[in-house]
Each structure stands twice: as C-alpha cells, then as structure tokens.
Design a protein around this ligand. Sequence first.
Ligand SMILES: [Ca+2]
Length: 455
Amino acid sequence: MPGTSGSSEHVLAGAGPDGRVAGTEATYAGCMGRRSPLLSVVAVAGLALTACSGEGDSASPPATSSAPAASTTPAGTDDGTATTAPSDDAVSETSSEPTEEPAAPEALDVEVVLEGLRLPWDVQLLPDGTALVTERGGRLLAADPTGTPAEAREVALDLPELFVGSEAGLMGLAVSPDFEQDRTIFLCHAAQPTGAAPDVRVTRWTLDEDLARATRDGVVVDGLPLTSGRHAGCRLLLLPDDTLLVGTGDAADGRNPQALDSLGGKVLALTTDGGPAEPDGSVEGADPRILTYGHRNVQGLAVQPGTDPPVVWSVEHGPSVDDEVNVLEPGGNYGWDPVPGYDESVPMTDLDAFPDAVEAVWSSGSPTRATSGAAFLRGGAWGAWEGALAVAELKGSGLTLLLVDGTEVVDELRPRELDGTYGRLRSLTVDEDGALWVTSSNGEGDVVLRVTPAG
Ligand SMILES: [Ca+2]
C-alpha cells in the first residue's frame, strides 16, 4: 500500500502481540530444508523448530532457494516469480512492548492430516467434518480426518475437458451452505472443451451419499480468460446469502483487468445459478457479474467475521513488488493496468492513471511473497490473534497474520511453526471449531495441515 508498505515491513521486524520478537523469525527461514520430522502425525512445530534457532540470520538466503522443490518443479513457476526472490528484508530486533491485549498462543499445534499429495489447491470441510481437497492435476479427494493421517480417497469426477498447465488446473472449491440437503459443491477449473476456446469456468456438482462420485449439474460461469495457464485465479467464496464470489486472474493479458466486458482480473458476484448477484451490476457499463475490477490475480477471498453486510477481503499476487490485500468495495477499480502488452513494471495500484482506484490495505512491499489463500481466524482459543487475517504465501513459504482494526491492518507477524517448515503454502480455511486448514504447494509430497493453538 503506498505510504504504508514500508511501515508494514517495519512492523514485521517488531514484536508480535505476544511479545515475541520477530528477529528470531528470520532465523527460521533458514530451516526450510528440515522437513523430515514434520510429517509425523502430530508435530508441535514450535518444538521441532527449536533446533533451528541460531542458524542463519536476517540475511539468510532467499526463502525459495531452500524451499523443497520450489525451483525444480512446475510449482515453482507459480506467478512467474517464485524462483527469483531477492534476499529477505533485513530484520532487526526491537524491544517488546507491554501489551494489554489477550495473550496470543504461545505455540501452535500442527497436525498433518493428509500427506503424499501433489499440488493440493483448496481444502473445504463438509458439515460432518469430511475434508474435501482439490489437486491442481484434477483429483478431488475426500478424507475423514479422524484418522491420523487420514486416508484420502478419490471422488470420481467426469471432467474430460480439464486443462492442466502452468498455474491452471483444478483450483477453487466451495461447499453449499445447504450441503446436507442439496449435496452441492462448486469447482473452478481451467477447461479446453472440444470445439470451443479454452477458458476458466465454475461448475456445479452433486456428491453422492458415499462420496464416491460427483455428478456435474451445470456450468455456473465460463469464459474467464485463459492463455498459457498463467494467472488463472481462481478462488471461490460463498457468502451467507448464497452469493458466489469468484476471484479471477488476468490471464497475463494486459487488456483484461480494465476491460469491463472481460471476466479476467476481477472479482465476480454471482447467484449460484450464474446470474449476476446484483441484477443491475456494480460497475457502470460493465458485465453485471463484475463486482470489482483492476486486479492481477485474486487467489484469496475471506469474509471478515462479525460484519453484516459481509465485508470481504481479497488477496492477490504482485509482480516483483507489492502483493496486495484489499477490502472489496462493490464497483471498485483496484488499479492494475499492465498495458501495452503485459507490462509488469506498472504499479499494482496505479493512482496516476486511476486517481479513484481503491488502495490496498496492506502490501508486501519488496520482495513479494506470492500471497495466495486467506482466512480470518475465529474462536477465543486464538487469543490476541482472533479476528486476524491469515494469508498463505507461496514464494514466502509461510503464513502472515495481519492483525486488523476494522478495515485497517495494525500489525503483522509470522507464526514460526509455519515459517518455511512445509514449503510453499496455498490455501487456508477455518473450520467450525476454529481450526486453520492449510494446503502446501511444493509439487510432490504435499500436505494438508490442521493448525490449532497449543494447549
Ligand atoms: Ca491494486
């Protein structure tokens, strides 16, 4: 965010609300090769990481240089920047300030729920606690998480037109709030249908009783632009009123984000049948399904707890600088316009070109971390972190917690248990009990994690 990204970096260097000084956290970035103990059934990662302290320093090598598989698999190409991170910003120690905030968790329990996956993209929970997971390569998995690690089984999908390439494939997943009655889920995926142009689309499916098969009920929306597979989005979020939000990518085509007849580089607001959630639309002169525009690649959407009407936050990747977290304002232009061609040197929010563009509420500054999924932490067990926006990082191979006051970001920190320990992190979901579910995105040996405050 112009004017504040520098302060955000400064905040990162300070103490978290638990008084822990972030100067130690840079140390953990140098520990990422140490994954072997972490696929145990339950890893109290704070303990596992103790062995890392004292290694490395604030000038440790760039996070991705040691991230498992990040530079040697297609996963490393995500967003095109994952293998070229400059070194981490220097992190200096500062004294901790006394705080009157409720105590933050002293440690997190990190449970490996599923392992041996390949590029899991999204994880969502069914009402009975079953975890549904998409893999970018096209598998839909169902797992009863009571086993440790759980046994995942594949749910048969009839999806012959699936396109898998670059960053695209089977991606976002949403579960109907009425699932117990309608057994409906929504999938976002890239497609190369016979005789038609390739695109990204959202389809609606019904799961059978034993979760052996999903039957396609129809297309909710198609025609989201797709080129090589780069910048394909695609995040789904169902709001309490059944509005289906779709975070889309610009398909690495500079014309899309500002084009009001393109569904690329947007957040869409749809009915579950695919019509515009607002019949008259939100952007004058635009396709009425467009809620916001001028985005680069929206891969995180989250409803802020306690807001009604719901306040939705989005997360998108920056090019070489300025990953952004935004608060969505219907009709808003978020200021990305990389033309002519695909000129990624332009600002993520170009206030010169678009003085009314909506500025980000948080920006990574430099370097980017390839921010992806997001979820607000819920439940008193999180203490001072309750209500924080958790943001997963691919290139950053960690988790950033943004502490918020209304729609302002007031602090940020990185839980050490997830800082480099599982490589690239993709998607976040908070379940009914307040546990945070996390997918990794390393290309092989990927995991689904369930993270809870220790104790
Ligand atoms: Ca922007």
